[in-house]
Design a protein around this ligand. Structure first.
Ligand code: AMP
Ligand code: TRP
Length: 345
């Protein structure tokens, strides 16, 4: 028995979240995830653990050299956005093997039917699900392991991850019930703020995504100022002026998206933004949004590029973070093995 491991009444307030190193970071990742990670780190109310989930990335094909680069670039992105390796644990998933080990246990706890209901599985596997990887199907069990191997109490994510977090709660509940323990916490999702679902610039009903074939549909964190301005200028809108209240954005997905982005970048609420820009035409609002986006994003992309010149530093930070992560994860895995009945745990 490892006495350092806690039961649910005494869980340390701890935040965990992950981002896949598959392709570049978008404005959606920044506003929906990273910026909020930084806020939680700075609030100082929780331990904060952030992960580049490379094992999740390979559930669909990744070119090995590109995966390595994307993992380091994502690490540079985290740091450039404000994650401080002295305040947060920052590492890549495969470097802490306890994630994959706990995921196996969870593969045996979670049910096929739960996985089949996941909308991300249905979207990603598409019509040819027989040809999708087994890993893509089991993806949410690995995600539950990412979170629960730290006994994380809170998980900040974008809206699209809500269903996966419900499954994480189901896994924890079933494990605790089946083994008659009170061992894994029932983690709270943190899906807050104006920009938990940043939409495509081409279609206000679709999520902004790094996998969208149209580069004009998104802002990449590596876009330069001219590109950002051009994409915002060309973003789809409607012919009406902006309303003065949030209610006036219902039924106007493109307008709502741009206002949400403005709110997310400025730290204002949607109502505060509209109090200021209500009545303006997009021809006036878009340059304001562009200036704001460039002023917030350019320093991040410049710092990312600078950090990418120092890959040895990045690798050192990742190795250090993995060591810290494993100090928390190893005793929790050991205790899980004991609970399950593994000899020699
Ligand atoms: P991914 O890039 O799919 O690994 O996503 C990493 C994090 O970014 C998750 O918390 C997602 O919910 C969040 N995210 C991705 N795309 C968006 C978006 N368009 N709007 C808001 N959050 C997003
Ligand atoms: N599934 C998440 C996404 O695609 C990434 C992820 C993996 C994650 N493990 C996690 C997010 C654990 C939060 C917590 O966005």
């Amino acid at each position: 028995m490892n006495e350092a491991v806690q039961t649910s009444s005494t869980f340390t307030p701890r935040v965990f979240s992950g981002i896949q190193p598959s392709g570049g970071l978008t404005l959606g990742n920044y506003l929906g995830a990273m910026k909020r990670f930084v806020d939680m780190q700075e609030a100082g109310t929780h331990e904060t653990v952030f992960c580049m989930v490379d094992l999740h990335a390979i559930t669909v094909w990744q070119d090995p050299a590109k995966l390595q680069r994307a993992t380091r670039e994502l690490c540079a992105g985290f740091i450039a956005a404000g994650i401080d390796p002295k305040k947060s644990i920052l590492f890549n998933q495969s470097a802490a093997p306890e994630h994959a080990q706990l995921a196996w246990i969870f593969n045996c706890v979670a049910r096929m039917g739960w996985m089949q209901r996941m909308t991300q599985w249905k979207d990603k596997a598409g019509k040819n699900s027989q040809n999708a990887s087994l890993g893509l199907f089991a993806y949410p069990a690995l995600m539950a392991a990412d979170i629960l191997i730290y006994h994380a109490t809170h998980v900040p994510v974008g809206e699209d991850q809500k269903q996966h977090l419900e499954l994480t709660r189901d896994v924890a509940t079933k494990f605790n019930h089946d083994y008659g323990v009170d061992f894994f916490p029932i983690t709270e999702p943190v899906i807050e703020g104006a920009a938990t679902r940043v939409m495509s610039f081409r279609d206000g009903t679709k999520k902004m995504s790094k996998s969208d074939p149209s580069d004009a549909s998104r802002i990449n964190m590596t876009d330069d100022a001219d590109t950002i301005a051009k994409k915002i200028r060309k973003a789809k809108t409607d012919p009406e002026a902006l309303p003065s209240e949030a209610k006036g954005l219902e039924e106007r997905p493109e307008a709502r998206n741009l206002v949400n982005i403005y709110a997310g970048l400025s730290g204002l609420t949607v109502d505060q933004v509209l109090a200021d820009v209500g009545g303006k035409q997009f021809s006036e609002f878009k340059p304001m949004l562009s200036d704001l986006a460039v002023s917030k994003l350019s320093p991040i992309s410049t710092e990312m590029a600078r950090l990418m010149e120092h890959q040895d530093e990045i690798d050192k930070i990742l190795a250090h973070g993995a060591g810290q992560a494993r100090e928390i994860a190893a005793p929790i895995l050991k205790k899980t093995y004991e609970i399950v009945g593994m000899v020699g745990a």
